[in-house]
Write a protein that binds this ligand. Structure first.
Ligand SMILES: Cc1ncc(COP(=O)(O)O)c(C=O)c1O
Length: 425
């Protein structure tokens, strides 16, 4: 386990009192808190280095450009990607929209198929519904098994059924509602075996904070992530695109403006040859890039393997303890009580969060009682209405973890959940 008592001190907000109690922040899948190093990096940039990048010859502009480019190098390295494969966006949602506009618009024709999953976040559904409408394409859902995992048999069946029409498979690495880890390597194998030309997009919103990722090695084409869920600032995220798709222009810019151009004429524009520049339309959010680079550094200093192990042991502990509470029904991989999950660190079944139903009580009421005890959790459908509908759940309550959470935080949650019964039933 990580030394959480030391780590907690790095996050100023965690010393706050909440409703008369010490804050227990368990809403990390929605957004994570920020360490002092990230806050300082942003403040330092605004206090000492502000200037527009790439465009000036003066020293401040040089400093700002250096911080931006250095930050980009660090962030790409964190994801095991080449620098030119990283396109900055505001968040996962914008990254997925980027694939729809920069790739989908140019590569889909009527009748083509996009495969997503029933457990996807709305951001990885609505974008494709809209693209499918524009292109007269079909959006097909791959199911989820009774034990909360991706139904690989259904995936195989649909890959076979739609054959070469399947142009894109877009799926989450980790479900934000179930904590399920999708076996990406297996998915890549199935998809590429069915058609080597099918592109794969992984929504890494919930995996980037917990799982070491080497983009160039996993055989996918796109990876979307949000900085704010991985200790970084809000308003910065990334889309990783396999270099070949950029070099061949299969993936094209979808925002246009200054910065990305080589020449502009009244009749036409020639875009930058350098891929690193071609997707930067307008002034980038330098401070947020600097802040996200500091977040990556913070996680790297802890070690992503240690971060993953910490998360898995917290998730296991939470599953074990929550399963003992009367009226709590766990959802997600392996619903059986007291069974330890994720024992195989290389192939964890669940990371990041534990969601549950509370018999006879709406999730919002559960969350409100927990809030009165200083515990922040999320309740509702977690932007996964198709999943909730398929399971006949109105709403679930989710506790989600980060590097600063400890077993004591889980104990506090368990204790407060016992109060739900006293207060509401
Ligand atoms: C799996 C998943 N995908 C996408 C998103 C959207 O992320 P953002 O709101 O940062 O764009 C989330 C947010 O919770 C998520 O959990």
């Amino acid at each position: 386990m990580l030394d959480t008592s030391k780590i907690k001190l790095d996050f100023p907000i965690l010393s706050r009192q909440m409703n008369g109690k010490g804050l227990v922040y368990l809403d990390n899948s929605a957004t994570s808190q920020k360490p002092q190093t990230v806050i300082t990096a942003i403040t330092e940039y605004y206090m000492n280095h502000v200037a527009n990048v790439h465009r000036g010859v003066h020293t401040l502009s040089d400093e700002s450009t250096h911080l931006f480019e250095n930050g980009k190098t660090k962030i790409a390295h964190f994801f095991g990607a080449k620098k030119q494969e990283l396109i900055f966006v505001r968040n996962t949602t914008e990254a997925i929209n980027g694939v729809a506009y920069g790739w989908g618009e140019h590569n889909l024709v009527a009748g083509d198929v996009i495969l997503v999953t029933v457990m996807d976040h709305h951001s990885n559904i609505v974008v494709w519904q809209e693209l499918a409408k524009r292109k007269s394409a079909q959006l097909i859902f791959v199911g989820v098994t009774d034990s909360g995992t991706l139904d690989l048999i259904d995936l195989e069946k649909k890959l076979e059924q739609f054959g070469e029409k399947v142009k894109l498979v877009a799926l989450p690495h980790v479900s934000n509602a179930l904590g399920t880890v999708v076996p990406v390597t297996k998915v890549v194998e199935l998809v590429k075996r069915a058609n080597s030309q099918t592109r794969i997009l992984v929504d890494g919103a919930q995996s980037a904070p917990h799982i070491p990722i080497t983009f160039t090695k996993i055989g996918i084409d796109f990876l979307a992530f949000s900085g704010h869920k991985m200790l970084g600032p809000m308003g910065i995220g990334g889309l990783l695109v396999r270099e070949e798709l950029l070099k061949t222009n299969e993936m094209q810019p979808w925002f246009f403006g200054g910065g990305m151009i080589a020449e502009v004429h009244e009749s036409h524009t020639v875009f930058h040859d350098d891929i690193n520049e071609r997707f930067v339309a307008g002034t980038p959010d330098v401070a947020s890039v600097v802040g996200l680079a500091a977040a990556c550094e913070y996680l790297e200093n802890l070690g992503m393997q240690a971060v993953l192990e910490h998360d898995i042991s917290l998730v296991n502990y939470a599953v074990q303890e929550l399963a003992k509470i009367e009226n709590v029904i766990l959802v997600g991989p392996n619903f059986e009580s007291n069974s330890l999950l994720n024992s195989d660190i290389k192939n964890p079944e669940r990371v990041g969060s534990v969601s549950f139903l509370y018999k006879g009580v709406h999730a919002h009421d559960v969350a409100q009682v927990l809030d009165s005890q200083g515990i922040a959790v999320r309740s509702g459908h977690h932007c996964t209405m198709p999943l909730h509908t398929s399971q006949h759940w109105i709403a679930t309550t989710r506790a989600s973890f980060q590097v600063y959470n400890s077993k004591e935080d889980v104990d506090a949650l368990v204790l407060a959940l016992k109060k739900v019964r006293e207060v509401l039933l």
